[in-house]
Design a binder for this molecule. Structure first.
Ligand code: SF4
Ligand code: SF4
Length: 196
């Protein structure tokens, strides 16, 4: 199992071979709230053209320009976890210590569908992060247009990772996802914008 790297990675270029290709998961999963484009998570962006990709690529909003998922940036995220092929979306997520305000770079993992639990390399990737002390959160989106819940799962995974129990790692993910889905999700409120 390769070690994960807890060092900050923002600003780095995507890894060689980690091209988006035909993946457009973030064009559905992100909430975008900018003057030129507003859409809550879960809805496919109106600029995404079947078979062509982004119709406004050159002028796409800053949210899109600055976003790279963890699969593109983190070498300890297994190559098999490209979001559209695995159903697993890894986002960079800063954990802020309440006492000191210190920020630690971690990840927030979304299992986009039930079958994502079968994704090759999922348990190994999560275990590598936990073993390296990287904060790992499970991000569970509400229905399209609704907020997500997010919970840190490092502590729940400790024993499974220590004993190298892959089935137990996946069970923790399964239970955390079910709990998140059963929780409350509120409608996402986008900023009021002047009509053009
Ligand atoms: S989710 Fe990741 S791989 Fe997929 S389009 Fe977005 S940045 Fe690219
Ligand atoms: S504007 Fe383009 S890059 Fe941004 S979400 Fe829409 S299709 Fe994707």
């Amino acid at each position: 199992m390769p070690d994960a790297e807890p060092d900050p990675l923002l600003g780095r270029e995507p890894l060689p071979g980690r091209d988006c290709g035909t993946c457009h998961v973030c064009c559905v999963s992100l909430t975008i709230d900018e003057p030129e484009l507003q859409k809550p998570q879960g809805f496919r962006c109106r600029n995404l053209v079947q078979g062509q990709g982004c119709a406004i690529y050159g002028t796409r909003p800053q949210t899109c320009r600055s976003f790279n998922c963890g699969w593109r940036l983190l070498k300890w995220v297994r190559p098999s976890l490209r979001p559209d092929q695995s159903g697993v979306l890894v986002r960079l997520h800063y954990e802020v210590a309440k006492a000191t305000g210190q920020q630690t770079l971690g990840v927030a993992i979304t299992l986009l569908e039930n079958s994502a639990l079968n994704a090759e390399g999922l348990a190994e990737t999560v275990a590598a992060a936990v073993a390296s002390g990287i904060p790992v959160y499970l991000h569970v989106p509400g229905p399209p247009g609704y907020t997500a819940s997010q919970a840190r799962i490092n502590e729940a995974l400790e024993h499974a990772v220590l004993t190298k129990d892959k089935a137990a790692v996946l069970q923790v993910l399964r239970l955390a996802r079910a709990k998140g889905r059963a929780g409350k999700h509120a409608p996402i409120v986008l900023k009021p914008r002047a009509q053009p």
